[in-house]
Design a protein around this ligand. Sequence first.
Ligand code: ATP
Ligand code: MG
Length: 556
Amino acid sequence: MEERETKNFIEQEIDKDLAEGVYDHVVTRFPPEPNGYLHIGHAKSIILNSGLAKEYNGVFNMRFDDTNPTKEKSEFVDSIIADIKWLGADFGDKIYYASDYFDVMYEKAVLLIKKGLAYVSDLNADQIREYRGTLTEAGKEDPNRNRPVEESLQIFSDMKDGKYEDGAVVLRAKIDMSSPNINMRDPILYRVAHRTHVRTGDKWCIYPMYDFAHPIEDAMEGITHSICTLEFEDHRPLYEWVVNNTEWENPPRQIEFAKLYLTNVVTGKRYIKKLVEDGVVDGWDDPRLVSIAGLKRRGFTPESIRNFVNLLGISKSNASAEYQMLEYCVREDLKPKDKRIMAILHPIKLIIDNYPENEEEMVVISNNVENPELGEREVPFSRELYIERDDFMVEPPKKYRRLFIGNEVRLMNAYFVTCTGYDTDEDGNVTCVHATYDPESRGGESPDGRKVRGTIHWVSAKNAVSVEVRQYENLVNEELGVYNEDGTINLNPNSKTVLKDCRIEPYVKGAKAYDGFQFVRDGFYVVDSKDSTEDKLVFNRVVSLKSSYKLPTDTK
Ligand code: ATP
Ligand code: MG
């Protein structure tokens, strides 16, 4: 990436903190809840936080925010670690878990009770909601608000010891029931939940609420800048209240930035989860999803995702990015990296009638004309080839430059051929095209200065490998928009096309999962990591070659 001229607002805040001596170093973190797979939005947060740590010679912590035992699974922990590593974020050797701090959180809650800043309430969830008031109306005080400290301490201890049922009592902060900020109206700090936790087992039957737990997790790890998304802006006063009242030497501060949204793309973890659970997609790593696992399987590279995030920059107002911009980034990344090979996706035979039968020659082709470092390869050429079905037409429209009877075209890197005829089946479908070649035009060079206007690609029939190719479109019907009013998703019925018998150069034999190629005249492809086998390779199209997309001029 090029050096940016101006720093983003978070860097400016950090510079200020360092200059004023608020902190003398930088520690950031990425705190996912292990209740699903990561998606492109999380990638933004990972790249931002790890990038800041790197820029300021600081530290970046990877922490599981596993304080809610109901939704969390170890499958998600493993996938999240794998995804972050794949993205290339350096979190050192240690992985942090919020559940390791349950003892400290409990002690800090006790401290707040002792300071008269928290109390146990007997109100149930409905009553608490009712007492909370509205945006325009102050809340009502909890009848237990002035419960003696000793009594709250005793009940809180009993809660921990399992003497209360779920929902019977809660611990609330004592802040301000008439605050204009509803988050400050005596928020709940702890609730009773008789659940087994993946890591702490049955040790706890009370669990802290996010707004109480998160600042303590940050403070425990010596985080300096706790960077989160905009929806937490209204929670910042509570974050500060917690870190200030639970007594830390150098408490962290929270800074918010805008989430990454993609137009017409399903990004929310909750929605992706539903697509997986409803079987609409083939697991969390379905190549049509923008989960990190899906993007990886589709053939996106970490570099392309990092460039995308950097191009978008960091902002304080919500906006939606175009998926085409992500495609642009992967195209730019793969263009010089991938070898360019010939693959026939909709094959039809081309027979060169004047080419000797049983003969075969090798044509030398550059693997990537823009990157000579990728070398050359030999591609077999013979009398019977496969070409794309739409590279031949019986009745061509005016500007058609490819094969039709009487027309001469170039077979890429091989010879000039002139179309002489075609065969049909009983129904009149073309089954085979005939041509003659000019032996003097070897390498696809004109022997006498005559020009051809079309160039098509080809694969030698007897050497070709049959592979499966999968092409994707948006999972969502773009005309209708992503979500219906009831929260269901408008699906595009054509989001996945499977081509079962494509013919491709023998060069791909032995290709492994994630190996990438450019299929000339079509797009970038990778070997599918789930379904491809040695006997039947399966390719995913990452992105097509062409696009009318132009980068917006205001991107940095
Ligand atoms: P979702 O919004 O998809 O449900 P989440 O916010 O519930 O995700 P968490 O595991 O809580 O997921 O998020 C971990 C971190 O990733 C948080 O710091 C969160 O702010 C950040 N994050 C989540 N979604 C985005 C996004 N779209 N853009 C940028 N950061 C995000
Ligand atoms: Mg969340």
